[in-house]
Design a protein around this ligand. Structure first.
Ligand code: HEM
Ligand code: NAG
Ligand code: NAG
Ligand code: NAG
Ligand code: NAG
Ligand code: NAG
Ligand code: NAG
Ligand code: NAG
Length: 496
């Protein structure tokens, strides 16, 4: 009964109807009046339903066919990642079709509070997962095909020393992403999903994640507002904010404009999902800043420490970019979505305002590359923090005792040109860019566990000061590469 009704959900185009019959909501038939997403100041909002539908119509994009997490960015409050192995493919396919597909949340649904489900449900498959389902088509992405384990060296990880064991087995076939405003919703949906699939899957690993509390909502664990600069996907959001990248649909979704690889038809409107569990050594990061402040006559020692941290990221904790606010945070600027991303690194095109190797400049060099339109290396991030706040004991001992970090999620149509390129060729490469020897990304750059350095960029008062970062502040606990298929691919290919 419930299933018969909700099996319709993915097929109904009218958004109001979708929510009324969608998944768990079918029980109460109540529409939501609030959003399951967070909306901290400084992060871009989703386009209005009218704007998104107009953009989709002009690009010929079917938002009902695209999984919701691909477009919503870094605005989740609670999220559980459930990694699983497929034990019985035949049984799994039938359950996927009858019980899971009706729960899968599409992009169109996320645009209005009323049409959102109580829990977003998305599903994605690794290459070994597709193989387990008997799919032999080549998705034509060598990184996806090989899996993340094979990529550990390329990504600069110190082998798999710190990897979560489940990610080293190559046996994670898929992942469920379950996101909501409350853990009660997430947990209830987790139960619905695992009960529905029964013995057809085996749970391999799970990670619970949540936005940080209070005024840190939207900030990652080092304290910086995150998710400000995600690209606007053409066909979903055609009115980018000042400074926001506007990317061709096919840079994120397979088979769409500007995706120049040959793909099987059913892969259209899917996206590669990179998952990385990135542990953050928060007290150690702050100790480093405190021990190595930038010394400036107008700044106290504490302000000099804050300045060093801001220059490592390229933004202040509020999100204000150092390029626009070079010496102190400016919370008004950080909270203003029309101003907080409106810069290019041109004039002066040097490291005075923002270091060449700042995290955001390495990841998206803007005018350093000419124009952003020439940059084919955009990703849409959908990450969320995991783990508890720093305890008083950790703060006073300046030592991490409990794991916390970022459940890093990135979507792109090409992992080799997207995440892998950013990590390997830009973040981990001290010779990128403009000038040789600018140094590693001091926060996320990796050197196989060996020391990383930063030459003459971080300290604006002392251009030749060479920072040597003996220990990593971010430790890769591994992950996997997945493919987040369209709803029609789930119906017609993956469950058939
Ligand atoms: C724990 C690890 C990480 C932390 C703490 C972190 C933190 C941040 C922060 C605070 C921002 C600025 C806010 C914003 O623009 O959204 C940012 C931006 C960004 N990060 Fe990360 N990040 C991490 C890992 C990564 C990784 C692994 C990648 C890719 C390989 C990445 C790619 C980006 C990109 C593309 C941007 C936006 C740059 C721009 O458009 O200007 N980040 N990150
Ligand atoms: C859009 O996608 C949904 C879900 O796969 C499908 O039911 C619907 O027919 C599609 N609409 C169009 C116009 O192709
Ligand atoms: C959606 O819910 C959020 C709170 O979660 C609220 O701030 C916002 O005004 C609501 N939007 C509409 C259009 O009602
Ligand atoms: C992948 O796409 C490229 C570019 O279109 C093409 O040259 C290559 O043959 C494709 N490979 C496969 C296995 O389809
Ligand atoms: C964005 O920056 C440009 C150039 O610096 C400026 O002319 C424009 O007014 C800024 N836009 C906003 C909304 O502040
Ligand atoms: C950066 O450029 C500005 C403007 O041209 C100049 O005043 C400044 O000295 C330059 N800084 C460095 C380190 O070259
Ligand atoms: C950077 O190094 C490469 C060789 O490693 C050299 O060809 C290039 O000219 C150098 N660029 C600058 C700006 O020094
Ligand atoms: C900076 O330090 C690193 C090692 O700590 C070293 O390899 C590099 O040559 C140094 N750079 C300069 C300009 O001294």
């Amino acid at each position: 009964m419930k299933i018969a009704v909700s099996a319709f959900a993915g097929l109904v185009c009218t958004l109001g109807l979708v929510s009324a019959v969608h998944g768990q909501d079918a029980r109460s038939l109540e529409k939501r009046s609030t959003s399951i997403l967070t909306n901290p100041p400084g992060l871009p909002r989703l386009p209005s339903p009218d704007a998104a539908h107009a953009a989709a119509a002009s690009a010929g994009l079917n938002l009902t066919n695209i999984q919701g997490d691909i477009v919503i960015g870094q605005s989740k409050r609670h999220e559980t990642f459930l990694f699983f192995s497929i034990v019985d493919a035949t049984s799994f396919k039938s359950k996927l079709r009858r019980k899971i597909l009706p729960l899968v949340t599409n992009a169109g649904q996320m645009l209005k509070n009323e049409t959102q489900p109580n829990t977003l449900v998305n599903i994605a498959f690794s290459q070994t997962g597709l193989t387990a389902l008997g799919i032999t088509d080549n998705l034509n992405d060598t990184a996806f095909h090989a899996g993340q384990l094979a990529n550990a060296q390329t990504l600069g990880d110190p082998r798999t020393t710190h990897w979560v064991p489940a990610f080293t087995t190559g046996k994670i076939h898929g992942v469920f992403l379950l996101a909501s405003d409350t853990t009660a919703h997430v947990d209830a949906t987790l139960k619905t999903v695992t009960t529905a699939l029964g013995a057809s899957i085996k749970q391999a690993y799970s990670l619970q994640a949540a936005a940080r509390p209070g005024n840190q909502e939207g900030h990652e664990h080092f304290g910086f507002l995150d998710g400000i600069s995600n690209p606007a996907i053409q066909g979903f959001d055609d009115t980018p904010l000042p400074g926001q990248a506007s990317v061709p649909t096919g840079e994120i979704l397979l088979g769409e404009q500007n995706d120049n690889q040959i793909r099987p038809d059913w892969a259209k409107d899917g996206s590669f999902l990179v998952f990385r569990q990135l542990q953050q050594l928060v007290p150690e990061f702050h100790k480093y800043l405190t021990d190595n402040p930038i010394v400036e006559p107008h700044l106290t020692r504490a302000q000099g420490a804050d300045l060093l941290g801001a220059r490592m990221i390229g933004r202040w904790p509020s999100g204000a970019p150092v390029f626009l606010s070079p010496l102190a945070d400016d919370p008004k600027l950080g909270a203003d979505v029309h101003r907080n991303n409106n810069f290019t690194y041109a004039a002066p095109n040097n490291a005075t305002l923002c270091p060449f190797n700042a995290h955001i400049r390495k990841n998206r060099p803007r005018a350093d590359l000419g124009t952003d339109a020439k940059n084919p290396h955009h990703i849409v991030r959908g990450s969320i923090p995991y783990g508890p706040e720093v305890t008083p004991g950790e703060a006073s001992s300046q030592t991490t005792r409990v794991e916390r970090g970022m459940a890093f999620v990135a979507y792109q149509s090409n992992i080799v040109a997207g995440f892998q390129f950013l990590q390997q060729t830009w973040l981990n490469n001290p010779n990128f860019f403009i000038k040789n020897t600018t140094g590693f990304d001091p926060v996320v750059g990796a050197n196989h566990g060996a020391a990383r350095w930063s030459e003459g960029n971080l300290d604006p008062t002392n251009p030749t000061r060479n920072f040597t970062l003996v220990n990593d502040f971010v430790i890769s606990r591994g992950g996997e590469y997945f493919f987040s298929p369209s709803l029609s691919a789930i119906a017609d290919k993956l469950s058939a």
